[in-house]
Design a protein around this ligand. Sequence first.
Ligand code: HT7
Ligand code: ZN
Length: 877
Amino acid sequence: TPTIYRKDYTPPSYWVRTVEMGFDLDPSATRVATRMTLARNPASSEQAVVLHGEELELVQIRLNGTNLSKRDYKLADGILRIPTKAEDITLEIETLIRPDKNTSLMGLYVSNGNFFTQCEAEGFRKITYFPDRPDVMAQYTVMLRGDKKKYPVLLSNGNLIEQGDLGDGRHYALWEDPFKKPSYLFALVAGQLVCQERTERLKSGRKALLQVWVEEGNLDKTQHAMDSLVNSIHWDEERYGLELDLDRFMIVAVGDFNMGAMENKGLNIFNTKFVLANPRIATDTDYANIEAVVGHEYFHNWTGNRVTCRDWFQLSLKEGLTVFRDQEFSADMIGTDSGRAVKRIDDVRVLRQAQFPEDAGPMAHPVRPDSFVEISNFYTVTIYEKGAEVVRMYQTLLGRDGFRKGMDLYFERHDGRAVECDDFRAAMMDANGRDLTQFERWYSQAGTPRVKVTTSYDAAQKTYDITLAQSCPPTPGQAKKLPFHIPVAVGLLDGQGKDMPLSLNGHSGQPETLVLELTATQQTFRFTNVAEKPVPSLLRNFSAPVVLEYDYSDEDLAFLMAHDSDAFNRWEAGQRLATRRLLALTETAQQAGSTLSVDVALSDSLRASLNDQSLDPAFRETVLTLPAETVIAEQMEVIDPQAIHTARRFLRLSLAQDLRKDFSAIYKANQTDGAYSPDAASSGKRALKNLALSYLAELDDADAHTLAQAQYDAANNMTDRMASLAALANSQAPGKAAALAKFYSDFELEPLVIDKWFSLQAMARTTDVAAVRTLMKHPAFSIKNPNRARSLIFSFCNGNPSRFHAADGSGYAFWAEQVIALDAINPQVAARLARSLDRWRKYAPALQAKMRTALQQVADTAKLSKDTREVVTKSLA
Ligand code: HT7
Ligand code: ZN
């Protein structure tokens, strides 16, 4: 299979002006009739119309009203080429497709008897022959026809123009999208669905109809998604001056979906996981995720749809920007400074747990990749989360107002167009009169930069020097890196823990945080009038996606934890302290016959934060949460999953012993009485209370069992229920099996809750491969449903490292089996699972050998999708 290179971009030979589509919906034979008008693109030298098509039965092609025979076109390797030089042409194409056999969930497919589409990135070509590339933008009119009883609801993009009966038990609906769009934003939905709707007044005074469509029986789970949509609409009006451009905006939930959701113009299609919520079935995290994903898809309406990508190498142009926007939206919805900090911490955690490893592994790629085999493999944490960090750095460098000016100019210049990441950067530069040429390297160079900091204080001169030195490790295809433009936000704390006023290079009266711009390999910044030797607070609010190295003493870290005015860095100091202990414990755990021990200094610092009433409960919860096993793993030369697990468990147990009384008091003090509400204050209290429960559960004694069981029995919401069930599942509590069984029977009819049930067990300490295999035999398990496969198989392979990396290699053999099985059903989902062994070279030789065998077993499979093949080939390279 060929590799596609960014440098090979060529413009399309023909533009498509209008598309009229007719669908005769039938699960086993849907007829798709397409009529399109095309115009020659003078910028192309190709003398042919080039159309993509996959898994289609071609019934007929007509060019300007004349039937074409096989001699008139060439069809090979998914490309239909019709030689012509004509300026304007009309093409009519009829195809037949089989949605009921479509298990890849790309193109048109059936889920629970209803029809759905997923066209991004290259799914439209599974519906009809078309120039399926994002720079071809056209206006669509869509006629849907189907059985009235089986498919009472017929939806597509844009406005409903007409609907009616066709006699013969069938009916139709005609939809027209007033905006031109690339084919990846096309959507249709048909089936038995019901909706919650409301009319909302927009900033200009116009009214828009908002709908959330779900299967019958789920209407009582749509309120939060609707509220989130309304909040998103008004947030984009206020923060960016962007108004909804349609009279109707629909969200539809589907149980079979490869990703989180899809921003199809005016007809967003969502994984049920990111729509359905009520206190009975959804946790606080679910509520927050729904708000974020509804926001994300809605914000795409401008950043992605109105201005789209020229080619898929530019994917982060829309995804990085839209993730940044949804992060800011969620932060604003919480509203408090402390809430913003917690959100920032959560986002940085994702970056460190998932993106840093990607950037250091065989699939590392720049935010704007140079090549790919299968674009679906590039919907990555680098494109999304690192891309969002890159966008955030513009804001850090230019300020909020400067960033807004850049956004305004971006829309002014590019509305209705398909553009590149460079165009976004140019808009930011030009709107602010700033040279951001070097900033381009954030798009072109992969790898996580390291910034090494050294400081020196001159008491006589009262100067303080901060020297920043940057480097970036090699990544596939990029041995050497040029220096990045890195904003490093710093503050200096005096002996009382107060921010010192900063004067840099003679300029005094600066605020307490300054953004140093590191552009060379090494630079020194001299602060003057520094009255005493400060403790530096570096990379405040995580101002750049880098690894920052500074030789803090334990005392400095405890001091920052207690005093830093930057909440992110208060948290960060605690994480550094804990990481130090965890790495030392891991090393000890690797030596046979050793006993683990830890000093009380960490407990003392954590106790102070735990009991600090001036801090929000949600923030305290983040401080008391130890770095994840995967984060510790990234800091080791050679990863030893068992030793990391032993070390982390040991530290959690010692903290539970040292802070037992404190945790008990916190548990009691943070009860949320009354009706459930997912607001930030209540969910923060629950988070802290459940953190206390999880530490107390480490003691695994009768008191802890009773506490967890009592919470389980009394819970009036899913957050408390899941937290107590997890505590029981990871313990030796006598009631553990009964609680798991009761949970199942109570929620048997709620697929999203049963996903949680599988997932919780997959990640439980006692769950080994044999137990996962047993769970796979459960009647509720199906590998065909992505959510279910993720809840069990992915949760085990990615979320239970010590069991997955069992010394006998049984986890890897299981992984290979599941990748191969999934690949035959759904290549995208299989390729995601294939990523679990990415970092195999980082492990001890004995494990490496077994991982390699498993990877090779997948690679040797004859009929493997290009999705999975790309991942395993790059892993083994
Ligand atoms: N833009 C959406 C991408 C997406 C997707 C990509 C490949 C395969 C299936 C997919 N479903 C959705 C998601 C988003 O970022 O909003
Ligand atoms: Zn997106």
